[in-house]
Every structure is written in C-alpha cells, then in structure tokens.
Write a protein that binds this ligand. Structure first.
Ligand code: ZN
Length: 338
C-alpha cells in the first residue's frame, strides 16, 4: 500500500482526526508547538503528498503545521530542494515508464522479489511495479491539482519562483529564452530609390548608420541581385565573433533563373545554361562594385561552405548588428518587368 492508501483506510475508519497528532518529521530539533513539521525533509514531503492525495481536509493535516508549505512554500537552494525536484521528476517519469524500462532502471527491485514469502518472483515484481506506479500517479495528481487550485496566483506571479508548483513544471518550460533573438541594430538598410533618379538602371541603395554612417551606395540590377538575396535572408549564424548571413549557391542559382526568365537580368552566350557558374562570375563583379564604397569593402565573402559542401555567399557583420531590406524592395522586381 502507498501512504495515501494507508491514510484513506484511516479516514474510512472514521479516525481522520488522529492524523494531525502523528509526527513524521525527522528534523525534530526544529519543532515548535505550532510548526511540528519542517516541510523540507523527505518524511515531511512523503507525508504531505500522501495527506493531500488522500484528500485530508485542513482539520486533519493542517497546512500551518508545516514550516514550509509543500506546494507554495519558498524553498532555499540546496540538497532538500534538489531532493524534492528529483522526487517529483522521478514520479513523473515512472508514471509513464514502460514496464521493461522500470525493471532496468530500478534493478534493486530484483533483490527484493526473491525474498517475499509465498509469492512468485513475477507476481512480486508486478506488484512492486504497481505500487511504484500508484505512488507516482498520486504525486503527479497532487502537483496537477495544486497548479489547478492556485492557477490565479501562478498566473499573476504571486507564488515564489522556488515553490514546488513552479519547480515541478517540466524543464523545457523553465529554460531561459535562449532561442529569443537578441535585439540587433540594423546598421545597413537596403532601400528603394524614390523618384528623382534619372538613371533607371539604379534601382536601390544601401544606406548605412552607426559605424556605416554616411554610406549611400546605389545599386544597379546586378548588384541588387545579391544585395536583395542577402538583405532578405534570415539564415544568420554567429561564427568566430561575427554574425554571418548566407545564401547558398543553389538558392542563388534558382533565383538567377527566375530573374532571367522574367527578363530582369539578361544573359547571352554559353553561360546561359549554367546558372551556378554565372552566379560565381556575378559575385566577383558584385564584390568589386560594392567595394568601391570603402566601408563596404570587407563585408562580403564566399569563403564559407555549408555542411553539404555548397558554396555560401555571405555578408559579415558584428554579432550585435543586422542588415534589413525595406518591404518595397520585392516590388521593384515587378515594377521593372511590367
Ligand atoms: Zn521534516
């Protein structure tokens, strides 16, 4: 029987009132007349889980008897908190554990099963498994009911962050939000050239700020090809102290075919059917053209390769920086083909 079941029998026998007079705590030296239980040692934890699980009302197992409340009490860091976390964590795992996994993980069970008189080893094993599963389910139910009962307080941030209701949340919920994008400063903007530009070959410009203050590089369609790909790419990596945004040669080739089919970039000669080769030649041209603006000279590189060996075309900024394209940039392509 689990402790919960023991308590249920006591209550069913009409003796629930006796429960509060029993003492489980091992930290007797900390006892006061009011707080007879520390609420921190493993006996206290076991006891309180069991009384809550058995549905004992406050009159039978008063909350104020515990120095630290099981569900909402603040818990100092250290051994007892770790013990409680692993107690609940183990219960959660055992509850959903396959039988075979259970007997592998809790190998010590086999040392007991042989010595239970009048019971076959298999029967003993299956009853021990059942006992563990029942206990695990009881613990999980107490936590779930606690979260339910205190939903308002949790939702309003009114329970201590070190109380069991919060500690018991699955780890995935408590990781720092390390996937969140740090806030990056846009230092280069790919912007549309508004009216007043007589040369229709120049469609867009790269405008700089912060360390690129003063940059105003106008782009023709050949430079815009790479600039629009890179400025709109969301594939950024922090690598060797730099923030590197890339497009693969495959992506660039696909895009080039589109531009070519739309009549936006015209090719002739034998390169026509070899977009990747064309992309490579255009990249060299692009880096040369962009490099005429001194501040942009070192930003573009094709030295990186993807894991599958593809050449990558990249813009390199600092980890705190990013490049953005104004939303009207894609419209430029429609405009020019219309
Ligand atoms: Zn205790």
């Amino acid at each position: 029987m689990t402790k919960t079941q023991v308590l249920r029998s006591i209550r069913d026998a009409g003796c629930g009132d006796l429960i509060k007079h029993t003492v489980s705590c091992t930290h007797v030296w900390e006892m006061t007349t009011l707080k007879t239980h520390c609420g921190v040692c493993s006996q206290c934890i076991d006891r309180r889980f069991a009384t809550l699980s058995a549905g004992c009302p406050d009159s039978e197992d008063p909350e104020e008897m515990y120095d630290v409340d099981l569900l909402r009490g603040e818990r100092a860091a250290g051994e007892s908190r770790t013990m409680l976390e692993s107690y609940v964590g183990t219960a959660r795992r055992v509850k959903n554990m396959a039988d075979a996994t259970f007997f592998t993980e809790f190998g010590e069970v086999h040392r007991v099963t042989r010595h239970i008189r009048g019971m076959k080893v298999d029967d003993a094993a299956s009853r021990i498994l059942d006992l563990y599963k029942r206990h695990a389910a009881e613990v999980c139910d107490v936590v779930a009911k606690g979260i339910q009962d205190h939903a308002q307080d949790i939702s309003n941030g009114r329970v201590p962050s070190t109380c069991l209701l919060i500690l018991a949340l699955p780890d995935e919920y408590k990781r720092p939000a390390r996937y969140a994008e740090p806030s990056l400063a846009p230092v280069l903007v790919l912007d549309e050239i508004k009216d007043g530009e007589t040369n229709r070959g120049l469609l867009a410009r790269i405008v700089g700020s912060e360390r690129f203050e003063g940059v105003n590089k106008k782009l023709g369609s050949r430079e815009l090809f790479f600039a629009s790909l890179l400025f709109r790419s969301s594939r950024a990596h922090d690598f060797a102290g730099e923030r590197i945004t890339v497009v693969t040669e495959e992506e660039a080739s696909q895009e080039l075919l589109k531009w070519s089919n739309d009549g936006y970039l015209k090719f002739s000669g034998k390169d026509k059917d070899k977009p990747a080769y064309r992309v490579q030649k255009m990249w060299g041209e692009f880096v040369r053209q962009i490099g005429k603006e001194k501040n942009l000279k070192q930003l573009f590189t094709n030295v990186h390769k993807s894991v599958d060996g593809q050449r990558l075309y990249a813009i390199r900024l600092r980890p705190s920086e990013k490049q953005i394209a104004v939303t009207s940039i894609p419209a430029l392509f429609q405009k020019s083909t219309a």
